[in-house]
Design a protein around this ligand. Sequence first.
Ligand SMILES: Cc1cc2nc3c(=O)[nH]c(=O)nc-3n(C[C@H](O)[C@H](O)[C@H](O)COP(=O)(O)O)c2cc1C
Length: 415
Amino acid sequence: MSLPSSPPIRGQGQAEGGGLTPAPSSAPSPVPLPVSSPVPSPVPLPAPRPAAGIAQPGHPVPEPEWGLPAGRPATGRLAGFRIGPVELANSLVLAPMAGVADGPFRALCAKLGAGLTVSELANARALTLGSTPTIALTRFQGQPRPFAVQIFGADPETMARAAAAIEAWEICDLIDINMGCPVSKVVKTGAGAAMMRNPRLAGQVIAAVRQAVSLPVTVKFRLGWSSGQINVRDFTKMVLDQGVAAVAVHARTREAMYSGRAQWEHLAGLGDLCGQVPFIANGDLGSPADLEEIQRISGCRGFMVGRAAIGRPWVFAELLGRPLPDEPAVRFAVFRAHLREMLMEHGSKGVALFRVHLFAYLRSHPGASALRRQLCYERNPAVVQAVGREFFLGGPPPSGGREPAVPSGPVAGAA
Ligand SMILES: Cc1cc2nc3c(=O)[nH]c(=O)nc-3n(C[C@H](O)[C@H](O)[C@H](O)COP(=O)(O)O)c2cc1C
């Protein structure tokens, strides 16, 4: 079947079949309430305010400016670097996260400081068959660059064709190959983390993709299959032999999935091993101290941040030493912009797809678990926005529907 020549408009952008999406460790699992049972409401939900927060022509709702606060270019461990010819403004990378790091979230994190973002994993075979929802995972109208599209698959030829199609669409700067996904649906096809048990085939996949594209090719993998089969060092040597432009390693095995602490000690010396090829460390990074420690252990050049950014996309600004003004109105503005972009991008499914973020934004709410139960089927964006407003600002807008005063302080535009 021939390849589509251009990516269709994003469809109902859910991650690959939903079943591929591991629950973020911080993400709750919503417990559905029986429809007929009375809903226990320890946390009173704010009344829907249908027009609130969505600026209507002629009735604009003022919003604080937000974004990475102005500052000097990143230096030291935060300094940018190059992946092949692609320049990163700093060393922070938003991790690929199926069902989480879609276009709106990637744009949000880039605006708040991430130097590189990566798409959700996309099935190479589905891409070559022109699957609209899969293609939708790889493109986003407002995508900040640099941007990597991540693909997975175990057939070298299919991977090569998918990579070539993506390159032809000119939607990204890098092609990333997933060799770390632990989900059964992926590993049973020989792809994802199963590649670490078949380095020969993994090498063939990388070689085929490299031959098919002129974009730099990067690879993301894990420590190995299990605690008894840690082969991260040999696997790194193999991918370097194949000429990859950067290496990212999540410091867990496939067996560990997402549980337990990331085992940074197994990354020791990988930065040196990679030499001029940037090595990007990943797993439980969320504070400046984490970055310092993992760089001390591994000699990494870049830092990939995943779950720490869910519900806290401003973590990138904090890691860069340029935190957002500590003002609730700014955080609410980020929340509101995120929700609005989800609605713009995903239409009627936007609220449902926002839920994982909503629960993460609310995780420090004193009534967080009751709220999760109450909101797990909520479809009304006005209710979700009102809950956010109440959480961040402590109440509905003053009469007249106007937001609180715009905070002071230097807040620049994009990262
Ligand atoms: C919800 C979710 C979805 C993920 N999807 C992907 C994916 O599509 N591709 C990938 O390479 N890794 C994926 N991962 C793994 C992350 O990229 C990252 O390696 C992992 O979460 C460890 O980093 P962290 O501790 O900073 O979250 C996913 C992780 C989560 C939590």
